[in-house]
Design a protein around this ligand. Sequence first.
Ligand SMILES: *[C@@H]1O[C@H](CO)[C@@H](O)[C@H](O)[C@H]1NC(C)=O
Ligand SMILES: *[C@@H]1O[C@H](CO)[C@@H](O)[C@H](O)[C@H]1NC(C)=O
Ligand SMILES: *[C@@H]1O[C@H](CO)[C@@H](O)[C@H](O)[C@H]1NC(C)=O
Ligand SMILES: *[C@@H]1O[C@H](CO)[C@@H](O)[C@H](O)[C@H]1NC(C)=O
Ligand SMILES: *[C@@H]1O[C@H](CO)[C@@H](O)[C@H](O)[C@H]1NC(C)=O
Ligand SMILES: *[C@@H]1O[C@H](CO)[C@@H](O)[C@H](O)[C@H]1NC(C)=O
Ligand SMILES: *[C@@H]1O[C@H](CO)[C@@H](O)[C@H](O)[C@H]1NC(C)=O
Length: 450
Amino acid sequence: MMTKKPNSSFLLLSLLFLLFLVPLFYLTKTSLDNSSSDTNYVVPKQTPFNTTNKNHIFVNNNVDINVTSPFPALDFSSFPRSGVSQIDDLRKKEEGDLLRRCDLYEGKWVKDEDGGNYPIYKPRACPFVDEAFDCQRNGRLDSEYLKWRWMPHGCELPRFSSASFLERLRGKRLMLVGDSMNRNQFESLLCMLWEGLSNKSKMYEIHGYKITKGRGYYVFKFEDYNCSVEFVRSHFLVKEGIRLNAQGKSNPTLSIDIIDKSANRWKQADILVFNTGHWWAHGKTARGKNYYKEGDNIYPSFDAVEAYRRAMKTWAKWIDENISSEKLVIYRGYSSAHFRGGDWDSGGSCNGETEPVLRGDILDSYPLKMKIVGEVIKEMKSPAVLLNVTRLTNFRKDGHPSIYGKALTEGKKVSTRRQDCSHWCLPGVPDAWNELIFTTLVVHQSSTVE
Ligand SMILES: *[C@@H]1O[C@H](CO)[C@@H](O)[C@H](O)[C@H]1NC(C)=O
Ligand SMILES: *[C@@H]1O[C@H](CO)[C@@H](O)[C@H](O)[C@H]1NC(C)=O
Ligand SMILES: *[C@@H]1O[C@H](CO)[C@@H](O)[C@H](O)[C@H]1NC(C)=O
Ligand SMILES: *[C@@H]1O[C@H](CO)[C@@H](O)[C@H](O)[C@H]1NC(C)=O
Ligand SMILES: *[C@@H]1O[C@H](CO)[C@@H](O)[C@H](O)[C@H]1NC(C)=O
Ligand SMILES: *[C@@H]1O[C@H](CO)[C@@H](O)[C@H](O)[C@H]1NC(C)=O
Ligand SMILES: *[C@@H]1O[C@H](CO)[C@@H](O)[C@H](O)[C@H]1NC(C)=O
């Protein structure tokens, strides 16, 4: 699937591209000044143009080889459409083909030292970050962790643009479904979109709800684009229930063969982003005593990994039967935790980490549950897109809230007892996941151009 060598039709396309677009570029130069206005493909500062390096596919064919140019990237959206639509379509298809050939998840984190492009929104400024992820406001002092961006080995990610993202959502509903990791990603996406809006009061939660961990459903409307970005909480994607034990006490159960009751909401979305993972390691789930249920049968004991496999199959079957294959379904892969010296519930810590991991076993760790997700997705009639972010999160031991998941109380010492080394500070790592969703939309929508 990932062809590394450009073939001849690719070279031909590139040639056509150069022939037609170079003159256009100069004709429309002035309108390109607004580089922030749309999907730009940034010429990477870190990777100067290298014609001999055939292993690299440059999304922007480096029409503009001066990397310090005041026109850092071409803004194709501002080309006049009449008369060039064929070229425009060709360009779109080509750009999609290039990204499609590239493995977006193999790469490295690079620091945006001077660009001022990262973080995509300022810490403390975005109103949708809830206390648990608002590390800078809660007293975190180091800020290098805010400057990293994900760079695949084989291509450049299209530069994130709020306007372009929302344009792609026009008339649609995007819904994130999952646990608090997905709420983490949801808040990140809201901030990334909000940052680029010229009139910020045209984005609002339709019921006026403020985001807290207590509530399980939010709908943010973007008035000018007639679209919404929503969150539905579902820890397991399958149905949680309760049973009464012999003493008459109610105990939780998990029906691994029945889809979660929030699935009725899922049907209303046009683009879905799922996740589940961390809850499968919690005590009740992991030990699995009188917890997992199939049909009327509650298993006295059951293996959590096998339960996860069956739950994922239940999910995949439901998607195949109830979600049209024209819709876009994404599954966001497991997000790594970095507890040192214990687990989340036994004093593990990540406090004081200010740099990503650059080497070591953790970089290659790929959980069994992710292999299961890969297998289940492959067998779907209409396979979901796997946002395979596990490895890229392995690096980022510096990105967690640790002790900064709570607002400081004046005069009180910060407690180091309970640390959050699972979720992510915002701005932070989930911003990169959302850049990858943006990339997925670019690829997906370019494939519909014939
Ligand atoms: C850039 O965008 C601003 C605001 O959208 C607009 O006022 C200005 O005319 C644009 N400049 C160019 C050169 O297109
Ligand atoms: C360009 O790429 C080739 C092949 O990968 C490599 O040998 C060479 O060192 C690169 N040149 C520069 C300036 O990066
Ligand atoms: C690149 O563009 C900048 C700004 O126009 C100019 O100052 C610089 O000399 C150019 N560099 C090269 C190598 O052409
Ligand atoms: C807004 O989008 C909905 C689909 O979500 C569509 O039915 C409706 O016609 C759109 N309204 C406008 C004014 O475009
Ligand atoms: C922003 O949007 C609000 C709500 O639609 C509107 O009342 C206000 O006039 C707008 N402000 C500007 C500067 O356009
Ligand atoms: C999903 O589709 C199946 C088969 O078409 C149907 O029986 C089921 O009721 C649907 N589920 C929901 C929640 O609509
Ligand atoms: C996801 O990425 C990992 C390495 O980062 C790789 O081993 C795995 O095969 C990928 N999964 C899929 C389904 O492509």
